[in-house]
Design a protein around this ligand. Structure first.
Ligand SMILES: [Cu+2]
Length: 152
């Protein structure tokens, strides 16, 4: 056995304080990372305002519409509980928009606000495009598009 190998094996059999603390530090880092990850993943969900029965909660953000697909019944009246946490400085005119030309839908939502949009759904079953044209590239950005599905 060389001197160096002997020293290494002696060190391994006699853990230092640092070596004993290492698993603890690692566990702390893991818990921290998971906590941050969970917050990022569920933060929107936790902050989401409670929605009354029969209404559809729709969030506008820099990620587009959430949910990206809104399903409604043809000829029904629905209430969209529409909200955003975005600040005015990020939005043209200080608003998000919800535009579906084929459905006669054109609404605005002020920054950091929430409003109910009572919408008489046209009796036109099908799948329609809806978009926001006041942020993040607007109509030209795929991210700013959502889908409205009108079920028969
Ligand atoms: Cu927008």
């Amino acid at each position: 056995m060389t001197t160096r190998a002997a020293r290494r094996s002696a060190d391994a059999s006699r853990p230092t304080t640092l070596a004993r603390l290492r698993p603890l530090a690692f566990a702390g880092v893991v818990v921290g990372v998971l906590t941050v990850g969970a917050f990022l993943a569920f933060g929107d969900f936790l902050n989401r305002p409670a929605t009354a029965a029969g209404t559809i909660s729709v969030q506008s953000s820099m990620a587009g519409f959430t949910p990206a697909e809104i399903r409604v019944k043809a000829g029904s009246t629905v209430t969209l509980d529409w909200w955003t946490q975005d600040a005015a400085m990020h939005l043209q005119g200080g608003v998000h928009t919800m535009i579906a030309p084929d459905l006669g839908l054109r609404e605005e939502l002020a920054a950091e606000s929430r409003r109910a949009v009572v919408w008489q759904v046209p009796d036109k079953p099908g799948t329609y495009d809806v978009y926001c044209d006041t942020c993040c590239g607007g109509k030209d950005s795929p991210t700013m598009h959502g889908t409205i599905v009108i079920e028969a």
